[in-house]
Design a protein around this ligand. Structure first.
Ligand code: AMP
Ligand code: MN
Ligand code: ZN
Length: 944
């Protein structure tokens, strides 16, 4: 009894657990559904072609790309038949090798046949066929639930065996048969190969070379009929049910009668071909009696057969989607009706037909369905005649029209699932929300396949999207190029150098894309990662050049889910501003000079406030941030730049310096600018144009409170803002080379030059050049080229130094090594915080200028975190002030202000969903806002 109770309790607990699991999964699914606005039947309905990893003929408007032979010349365009030469040779010189006489051949069809559905089986078949002189082929197609159709079965018969190849299971591997089909010494027998030849090109890049088509033989022999059924009956005494031709050949396992039908289509072909060739030869012997051109008819049959092989598959591309179908419907209708209706009605009628045909066409491409499956011709005509005004009327009109055209409704649902799940579009079409038919294309693409689109992206439809986004990008680019000023053009060279040097080398390592199974771009990655997924059948190829794959599973995280690994990884790979994926830099929305002084727990939103930007967007963001820093400096009364405090004896308390507010920008110099100027003077001072040398000297002089500077001052300036560790390394590296250069920097400064040292010294200087000081070097050299002086070039360098951190996306050694080369200015600026984890160790080394610049002057009393990178004490003083006046809410508000500045400057289009200016992890602080006038007034009052 007791155990029974226990069992019941256990069962109860188990079912409760199961229920909660179920509810949780339901909730997750519903949440996911909600993210994608609307829902499409394809989210639940699966079609066999969705398992294809590679599709040669996709549903886009891009022309079909034919096989490019590796052994052919590069100049041969993809629209030339890859085997043209071989086929042309056969036209004049057929290679028919029918040795057996028909009466030797065994006609009987055994019970056994070979079902080929794995790669090893297909390879084995390829080996067998390579040894044959002739084999027979037929294919079965599926076209109802596919836009362009696909080969669902291939039948190959040799004299010994019938092979049925599951071309759905082996879709991506059918290339294994490419060589036997293109081998001119193996004759392929088809009946009516016109379509098969094109289908094989379309699906598998298989090109038939050396064809004998029994239908062409019928023509040459002037047979009364040219159907296979006729030949089967007359030569083999076999009857077939050709109705099976229209069956759904995607079925697996294939019903027995379909297997039999399929085998029959190929099995007897060899025998029939032999008979017909024998007949043709006979005819030749009779008719060419006394003439030179023996084998006249054989030659003609072969010529006609191989001419078929010269055809090339093409996609029908109309100027305006659905236009051809619309015209044909309209003319058919008008012919049938006479001209009873008025002109106005006529125009409306035609307009509705055009709209519906265009919609049908695009929806068929998007969903990879045939036109007739999406919306039947009778339904379109009925809708155009009735012009229903409500969705339910639209629905009823279609159902009725399809019911009347009985043959259609029998085979598939009406209205189609496409119509049912996208009724909203149809409503728009009728209500003319989409005015211009040309606007239809982007609207449909956007709602179906765009961000949060309703329909799954597949290998077939994704190129529709890719091509359209490409157009968009081009437009954006050309707009940018159009507004380029002459000055920008002159800066191009140094900018390119900069991009090359500091951005991620994505064209080399990250030019592959990974899409989610609903088509959302997840991230860029390297080839190895793509292959890893492909090898495990976890993804399928959606593009070759540059390579792209689509994951076949739901990734753990989505870009819209904050705080998960995938999000962090993926968001590192395109510019959030413009979507550029070829190069990008990390950008800190909250400048480090402030953020590093935040209390630890307020730094937790790193992934939110560090974004990737391309060089262009980075520059825009950085300029805006610099401008805003000046505003902050004025607002808080905290100067932006540093001076050599010990020299000028001018240690200021920000609260005491309100009268200096207007002059903050001139009051000092940023450590980076200082170091760059000092380095340039030390290394290039002697060969610099005097004007430039004077400018840089002024920069350094500003730091020393305007007094004349010595070479020693330059040396010391190099170390400003560096950690003691950094300083030691720099000193060790520079060693003697500094001494040598000193004499040359500032004319008149005395320094003994030791010529004997030159050899050694130049090596040291070279090391310096390729080593850690690239950043300074870049800054210095750019300022040479740039007529704007150190302005923008320095900004570049500054951006790198301050905001840029190595981006490691994959645990890829190549990338690691690449990035350490690309970011070798990183250690020069190790005072900055790259990651909060790292910062803890780094911070301990950060020292103020007082330390060694002043030869061991006492440490400042305040926090040793003080970094002079960027703007020295400014950041700390501002943060301290905010914390003191407004507490942590003030910091949060401060962050929001920086996000606002960023958004206004860059107008980012690719920020991850969920990114928010208000992002705080807490509530809003209107009441305590720094900007709250009442609050500010009261706090100002409190201060004075
Ligand atoms: P067959 O060459 O007779 O084996 O036909 C090959 C494929 O062409 C079939 O699987 C069908 O998909 C298609 N096909 C040929 N004729 C027709 C037809 N009259 N109606 C529909 N489909 C056809
Ligand atoms: Mn067939
Ligand atoms: Zn859909």
């Amino acid at each position: 009894m007791e155990s029974r109770l226990k069992l019941r309790a256990l069962l109860m607990a188990a079912s409760l657990a199961a229920l909660s699991l179920f509810l949780a999964s339901q909730y997750r699914r519903r949440r996911r559904q909600k993210l994608r606005s609307g829902s499409c039947y394809l989210r639940t309905d699966s079609k066999p072609q969705q398992s294809f990893k590679r599709v040669l003929a996709d549903n886009s408007y891009a022309p079909f790309k034919h096989l490019k032979r590796k052994d052919s010349d590069d100049e041969i365009s993809s629209n030339v038949h890859p085997y043209e030469a071989e086929i042309m040779a056969l036209l004049n010189n057929p290679r028919l090798e029918f040795k057996n006489r028909p009466d030797d051949m065994d006609l009987t069809m055994k019970d056994a046949y070979v079902w080929v559905e794995t790669v090893p089986q297909l390879e084995e078949l390829a080996d067998i066929l390579a040894k044959e002189r002739v084999f027979a082929v037929d294919t079965e197609q599926h076209s109802l639930r596919s836009y362009l159709g696909f080969t669902a079965l291939m039948q190959i018969s040799t004299q010994e065996e019938d092979y049925l190849i599951d071309t759905i299971a082996l879709h991506d591997s059918m290339g294994i048969l490419r060589s036997v089909f293109s081998n001119p010494s193996i004759c392929k027998v088809f009946h009516g190969a016109d379509n098969d030849v094109l289908w094989l090109q379309r699906d598998f890049h298989i090109y038939v070379v050396n064809l004998f088509d029994t239908a062409k033989a019928c023509d040459v022999l002037l047979k009364p009929q040219r159907s296979l059924a006729y030949l089967l009956e007359t030569y083999c005494g076999v009857a077939t049910n050709k109705l099976l031709q229209r069956e759904d050949w995607r079925q697996r396992p294939l019903p027995e009668e379909m297997v039999l039908y399929a085998r029959t289509d190929a099995h007897y072909l060899l025998y029939i071909a032999h008979c017909m060739v024998a007949e043709i030869r006979e005819r030749d012997d009779e008719e060419s009696f006394g003439r030179d051109d023996k084998l006249h008819f054989v030659l003609e049959a072969c010529r006609r057969s191989n001419a078929i092989c010269l055809q090339l598959y093409t996609k029908d591309i109309e100027a305006s989607p659905g236009e051809a179908a619309a015209s044909s419907l309209i003319s058919r209708h008008l012919n049938g009706q006479g001209s009873a209706s008025s002109d106005a009605l006529d125009t409306q009628f035609q307009d509705v037909i055009r709209r519906l045909c265009a919609w049908r066409e695009l929806m068929a491409r998007v969903h990879d369905e045939s036109l007739r499956f999406v919306l039947s011709d009778p339904a379109i005509l009925a809708l155009a005649e009735k012009v229903p005004s409500t969705l339910s009327e639209i629905f009823d009109t279609m159902t009725q029209a399809d019911l009347n055209a009985e043959s259609l409704s029998a085979s598939f649902p009406s209205p189609s699932p496409v119509v049912c799940s996208h009724m909203d579009h149809l409503g728009h079409l009728f209500l003319k929300k989409i005015g211009d038919l040309n606007d239809l294309f982007p609207v449909i693409l956007q709602t179906c396949l765009g961000q949060n689109g309703s329909c799954p992206l597949t290998v077939c439809n994704y190129p529709l999207l890719v091509n359209s986004t490409m157009k968009l990008t081009n437009r954006v680019l050309s707009r940018q190029n159009g507004s380029k000023s002459a000055k920008q053009v002159t800066r191009k060279a140094s900018r390119q150098l900069f991009v090359q040097k500091f951005s991620c080398k994505s064209p080399v390592y990250h030019n592959c894309r990974i899409y989610a199974n609903d088509g959302r771009l997840l991230c860029y990655s390297d080839r190895r990662k793509l292959e890893w997924y492909l090898r495990r059948d976890l993804a399928k190829v959606v593009d070759d050049d540059p390579p792209a794959i689509m994951l076949l599973f739901e990734p753990k995280g989505r870009p819209e889910d904050e705080d998960n690994d995938f999000y962090i990884q993926s968001k590192k790979n395109i510019c959030v501003g413009c979507g550029e994926g070829n190069h990008y830099l990390r950008y800190r929305i909250i400048p480090s000079c402030y953020r590093m002084h935040f209390p630890e727990h307020l730094k937790s939103h790193r992934s939110h406030d560090i974004v990737l930007l391309c060089v262009d967007c980075h520059e825009v963001a950085h300029a805006a941030a610099e401008k805003y820093k000046r505003q902050v400096a004025a607002e808080f009364g905290v100067p932006l730049f540093v001076r050599n405090i010990a020299d000028s004896k001018d240690v200021r308390d920000p609260s005491e310096t309100s009268e200096l507010t207007v002059n903050f920008e001139q009051a000092g110099v940023s450590p980076l600018e200082l170091r760059t100027a000092a380095m340039a003077l030390i290394r290039h001072g002697h060969k610099m144009p005097p004007k430039r040398r004077e400018e840089l000297t002024q920069v350094v002089m500003r730091f020393y409170g305007g007094r004349e500077i010595t070479n020693e001052d330059l040396e010391r300036a190099l170390l400003v803002g560096m950690s003691s560790h950094e300083r030691k390394r720099l000193e060790k590296k520079r060693g003697l080379s500094l001494k040598r250069n000193k004499a040359e920097v500032i004319p008149g400064a005395e320094q003994k030059k030791d010529d004997n040292d030159t050899g050694v010294l130049s090596i040291a200087a070279d090391q310096l050049e390729v080593g850690r000081l690239d950043c300074e070097k870049e800054g210095a050299e750019s300022s040479f080229i740039s007529d704007e002086g150190c302005g923008n070039s320095l900004l570049h360098c500054d951006s790198v130094a301050e905001e840029e951190a190595p981006i490691s996306i994959e645990n890829d050694k190549n990338i690691e090594s690449n990035r350490s080369e690309a970011f070798n200015c990183e250690d020069v600026h190790a005072v900055d915080i790259y990651d909060d984890e790292e910062s803890r160790t780094v911070q301990n080394e950060v020292v103020g200028i007082h330390d060694s610049v002043n030869g061991g002057a006492p440490q400042p009393k305040h926090n040793p975190k003080l970094s002079l990178l960027g703007h020295g004490p400014h950041g700390k003083q501002v943060v301290d002030h905010i914390l003191q006046e407004y507490g942590e809410d003030g910091i949060r508000e401060f962050c929001q202000r920086w996000r606002q500045v960023f958004v206004e400057a860059v107008q980012p289009r690719f920020l991850p969903a969920g990114w928010d200016i208000k992002h705080s992890g807490r509530r809003d602080f209107g009441e305590f806002s720094v900007y709250n006038p009442a609050k500010k007034a009261s706090s100002d009052a409190a201060r004075t």
